[in-house]
Design a protein. Structure first.
Length: 124
């Protein structure tokens, strides 16, 4: 409250000096409330203009980013299909490796059976 009084007094003194005396300061202080409303209205109008420009800029930026997202989505669809195909091929490769391992074991077992001398071969 004291700060408000000091501010008020300081403003009154500056106004009195700048306006040319007590009579000038009274006239000036009576005009301030009316002009204060005009200043507020002008500031609000300026803020609306600035906000409108910002909104327009943001709308343009959103449209640009939406186009970019759509373009990237078009690029990622084939990539996703390729990744799925790669996974299918990896799975198929694992199955084939297991089958090759199984067949190699069968061949080794077969070789073990055929490399054994027969009991009948000793008779000759």
């Amino acid at each position: 409250m004291i700060a408000e009084i000091n501010t008020y007094l300081f403003g009154a003194i500056v106004t009195a000096i700048a306006s040319g005396g007590v009579l000038g300061s009274i006239v000036a202080w009576r005009k301030i409330p009316a002009e204060k409303q005009q200043i507020v209205v002008s500031a609000a109008q300026g803020a609306v203009v600035v906000q409108s420009a910002v909104i327009d800029t943001l709308k343009e930026e959103n449209a640009r980013l939406l186009e970019r997202i759509e373009a990237l989505e078009l690029l990622t669809e084939p990539l996703a299909r390729s990744e799925a195909k790669i996974q299918d091929l990896k799975n198929e490769n694992n199955v084939l490796r297991a089958r090759v391992k199984h067949l190699e074991m069968e061949v080794a077992r077969f070789h073990a059976l055929t490399d054994k001398p027969d009991d009948d071969s000793n008779l000759v």
